[in-house]
Design a protein around this ligand. Structure first.
Ligand code: A3P
Length: 324
């Protein structure tokens, strides 16, 4: 197995050196993006995407949380993890999934598939209990084939590109040693508008899942961050029905929906010790919780920038039925 892994990853690395490359972000070469099948990725997650496509075997009971980076991944993970595990047998023990959500960052509760397939690893995921919960930023066209054929469920989350852009910019430059200068925002904005950002172009990413959610609504559920903010409980109930574990009338009467919404609120999660001081890989957990608001772009983009991004979004999505 080790030699298979080595051979596979060597192939991915060689292939990546032949792809169009674009400097991006403050970390030099490590932040270069590579364009693969029309989308831009950092090298390591791209290797993971390639490895998962070749080696991951999906099960019908798997649940995939797919998001555009900075669209609310952390929140969706917390909500889904709590909802799926709400009736776990070990109700009060320290290893109960809901206790875990108080001790772990949501990214530790629901792993990114491309981090499981990381740096030469081919993980053994067979022993994980059903339903297995995975997350990914991968475009629809690059999902592992077996995800499409196994009939597992995909929940997709995206966000108004203006807020998504601002969140992404803060996230990337929070790692930078220098201050957030306006110059870097402008440069980064130009690249974003031309489709260059991790996982970008954002419009193609969202559109492919949108179309698939119309074609196969029983398999792909499409959500927007704005809807989740506007009616978190309603979205959570829809999510539970989609995944096949709807809240019973009794659970609703007992306030189970509100309990989970509260457990995963921005205020509660961002106040936990693990999220104030812990890290997820090279990233400080606190960077996953910034403002958590709709419309924060108004504090960062000029009216001209906002208009331009809106115009591009309108052009790209025209005729699809998808709007922000
Ligand atoms: P802002 O930067 O606009 O504040 P991701 O999880 O995909 O990295 O997305 C991060 C964005 O989701 C950040 O947006 C973050 O503040 C917001 N977020 C994180 N947890 C949240 C929660 N529980 N409720 C609402 N928004 C949340």
């Amino acid at each position: 197995k080790e030699s298979t892994a080595q051979e596979s990853y060597k192939r991915y690395k060689d292939l990546i050196t032949t792809l169009p490359t674009q400097p991006w972000g403050p970390d030099g070469d490590d932040d270069d993006l590579h364009q693969y099948h029309g989308f831009w990725f950092h090298r390591l997650p791209l290797e993971g995407i390639m490895a998962a496509r070749d080696h991951f075997v999906a099960r019908p009971s798997d649940i995939f949380l797919v998001t555009f980076p900075k669209s609310g991944t952390t929140w969706l993970k917390a909500l889904t993890f709590a909802m799926v595990n709400r009736n776990h047998a070990d109700v009060v023990g320290p290893n109960h999934p809901l206790s875990m959500l108080s001790k772990l960052n949501p990214h530790e509760c629901v792993p990114f598939l491309s981090y499981l397939y990381f740096e030469g690893r081919l993980p053994d995921l067979d022993s994980l209990p059903a339903p297995r919960l995975f997350s990914a930023h991968v475009p629809f066209s690059l999902l592992p084939k077996s995800v499409l054929t196994s009939g597992c469920r995909i929940v997709y989350l995206c966000r108004d590109p203006k807020d998504n852009f601002v969140s992404l910019w803060h996230h990337i430059f929070a790692r930078a040693p220098r201050d957030l200068s306006h110059h870097s925002l402008d440069e980064f904005f130009e690249l974003f508008c031309s489709g260059v950002s991790m996982g970008g172009p954002i419009w193609d990413h969202a559109l492919d899942y949108w179309r698939e959610s119309l074609r196969r609504p029983e398999r792909v559920m499409f959500m927007k961050y704005e809807q989740l903010k506007g009616d978190t409980g309603g979205c959570l109930k829809r999510l539970a029905e989609f995944i096949g574990c709807p809240f019973s009338e009794e659970e609703e009467r007992e306030g189970k929906v509100e309990e989970i919404v509260g457990m995963c609120s921005f205020e509660r999660l961002s106040g936990l010790e693990v999220n104030k001081h812990g890290r997820f890989g090279s990233v400080k957990n606190q960077t996953f919780f910034r403002r958590g608001e709709v419309g924060d772009w108004k504090s960062h983009l000029t009216p001209e920038m906002a208009e331009r991004l809106d115009r591009i979004t309108e052009e790209k999505l025209r005729g699809s039925g998808l709007e922000f």
